[in-house]
Design a protein around this ligand. Structure first.
Ligand SMILES: *[C@@H]1O[C@H](CO)[C@@H](O)[C@H](O)[C@H]1NC(C)=O
Ligand SMILES: *[C@@H]1O[C@H](CO)[C@@H](O)[C@H](O)[C@H]1NC(C)=O
Ligand SMILES: *[C@@H]1O[C@H](CO)[C@@H](O)[C@H](O)[C@H]1NC(C)=O
Ligand SMILES: *[C@@H]1O[C@H](CO)[C@@H](O)[C@H](O)[C@H]1NC(C)=O
Ligand SMILES: *[C@@H]1O[C@H](CO)[C@@H](O)[C@H](O)[C@H]1NC(C)=O
Ligand SMILES: *[C@@H]1O[C@H](CO)[C@@H](O)[C@H](O)[C@H]1NC(C)=O
Ligand SMILES: *[C@@H]1O[C@H](CO)[C@@H](O)[C@H](O)[C@H]1NC(C)=O
Length: 423
């Protein structure tokens, strides 16, 4: 333990610019390394415990924007296969259903000014020991959770405890890592806000869905307070025909084909959905978790829409600027980033952390990462052209490299804050 503390203080030194803080921390280090460290750092408010399970980031990483970079070849290939992770669902098990090319699994994200560390399952599990994590949103969020389960698979397999908390076990998935007392959950809430009307469960494909833009969806908010990490992401469902309500009154609709109802843009609805979701997290008395916004992932249908014969047959990433992200996708991105920034400011005042997982552009570069025709739908036992979800293994694994990176940054930030407070 002492070794790790020494490592912390020596690394910490390089992180800080001002000489006074440097000197301050050095002095502290001499005091702390004696004996009182554990009791000091392990208070009940701590979201982590010592010894620290990972080396500290170098000073260059602190300045670096990990989200600006490019995809580079990674011939070592993916972390797992459909044989070493036995929990890949058919919808994303592209290799099982005969996808012939493998290059899409052999890239990694390289930030311009630093490295995005490879995913380290042991590190991840140490950080989340005794904690819980929730993915809130639609099936792409669940897709990321399933990637995480596979990334952890060579260290630990979870128990499926979905039935303990929900009857809808495909949409409300829950895993428990007994050796780590770690709970991982997916909350199905494709709009984040209350939805219903004619289509109560929101699973309806073509029907008109009512959204109550200022009322959070209890499907996730009822239980979210106890979670330590919450990853929020939604998107594709906002392209559907929707009716919008605010303060209980009909506000308007999006492509509802009723000329007596005002047309309201999907961007407005998207903005309000995030505002309501973040506002709810900010207002929950017992919520102390760290919130991530994983930004919108655009679909890659070419040669037609998803329901008009579109597909995504590419086998390589786009090279820079080869195909621009469409304006409507950018608009979704900006709208949610604005809401996140807003929540971040408010969160700071009450000690809640909101983090941007800025992955829209990064994943836009990866049209090669989808099942296309090589996945089987959860409902129908047949292949569908899927250019929304992502093959496992595949580029979506990178999102969890970002997740772990941000979690580590937060552990460090908390440790620093605690040291300052106790000085
Ligand atoms: C998000 O990342 C992209 C590059 O991937 C960058 O152009 C953009 O400025 C970033 N946005 C924010 C809000 O940091
Ligand atoms: C894995 O993929 C292979 C094809 O490469 C397939 O034959 C096998 O059934 C798959 N296994 C699982 C467990 O999905
Ligand atoms: C497991 O973690 C939960 C919090 O997620 C905590 O309340 C509980 O006491 C822990 N159980 C054990 C045996 O450590
Ligand atoms: C889930 O439910 C089963 C049976 O009802 C019970 O034995 C188990 O302890 C529960 N697990 C958790 C983690 O709550
Ligand atoms: C719009 O018109 C339809 C059918 O003409 C009617 O059922 C509906 O109640 C009307 N809605 C509003 C908000 O007036
Ligand atoms: C918050 O937690 C306290 C202590 O565990 C509990 O008494 C209280 O009911 C909780 N509040 C809410 C709103 O759940
Ligand atoms: C799925 O379809 C294939 C042939 O199309 C069939 O062999 C298989 O038994 C079916 N599986 C299920 C679970 O229905």
């Amino acid at each position: 333990m002492n070794f790790q503390l020494i490592q912390f203080f020596t690394m910490e030194k390089t992180l800080d610019k001002t000489v006074s803080i440097k000197a301050f921390l050095l002095t502290l280090s001499l005091i702390f390394i004696s004996s009182i460290t554990l009791s000091l750092l392990k208070t009940s408010h701590s979201r982590f415990s010592l010894p620290l399970p990972f080396p500290f980031p170098s000073s260059s990483e602190k300045k670096c924007d990990v989200f600006t970079g490019k995809w580079v070849p990674h011939p070592q290939g993916p972390y797992y296969s459909n044989e070493t992770c036995r929990l890949i669902v058919d919808q994303q098990n592209c290799i099982k259903f005969g996808r012939p090319d493998t290059e899409f699994m052999k890239w990694r994200w390289k930030p311009h000014d630093c490295e995005l560390p490879l995913f380290d399952a042991a590190q991840f599990l140490e950080i989340v020991r005794g904690k819980s994590m929730a993915f809130v949103g639609d099936s792409v969020g669940r897709n990321q959770m399933e990637s995480l389960v596979c990334l952890l698979a060579h260290e630990a397999y979870p128990l499926d405890i979905s039935r303990n908390s929900s009857a809808d076990v495909n949409y409300f998935k829950r895993w428990f890592y007994a050796d780590y007392n770690f709970t991982l959950a997916a909350f199905w809430s494709p709009f984040l806000v209350k939805s219903g009307g004619a289509h109560i469960n929101g699973h309806s494909i073509n029907g008109l869905i009512s959204l109550y833009l200022d009322e959070p969806d209890k499907a996730w908010t009822n239980e979210i307070e106890k979670f330590d990490y919450v990853i929020v992401s939604v998107g594709q469902w906002f392209f559907r025909p929707l009716l919008f309500y605010e303060a209980g009154r009909l506000l308007g609709c999006h492509i509802c084909n009723q000329n007596n109802i005002t047309s309201v843009s999907k961007y407005y609805a998207y903005k309000m959905a995030f505002r309501t979701a973040f506002r709810t997290l900010l207002s929950l008395k017992n919520y102390t978790g760290m919130t991530f916004l994983r930004t919108f992932l655009a679909s890659h249908f070419e040669n037609g829409d998803w329901d008009k014969g579109g597909n995504c047959p590419r086998t390589k990433p786009f090279t820079s600027n080869e195909v621009k992200l469409q304006e409507f996708n950018k608009e979704f991105y900006w709208v949610q980033v604005e809401e996140l920034r807003e929540a971040e400011e408010k969160g700071k005042k009450i000690g809640l952390t909101f983090e941007l997982m800025n992955t829209t552009e990064i994943m836009w570069m990866r049209p090669d990462g989808h099942p296309n025709g090589y996945g089987h739908s959860m409902i129908k036992n047949a292949s569908v052209y899927d250019c929304v979800h992502w093959c496992l293994p595949g580029p979506i694994d990178t999102l969890n490299e970002f997740l772990l990176y941000l979690m580590k940054k937060d552990v460090l930030r908390q440790l620093k804050a605690k040291l300052m407070r106790n000085a």
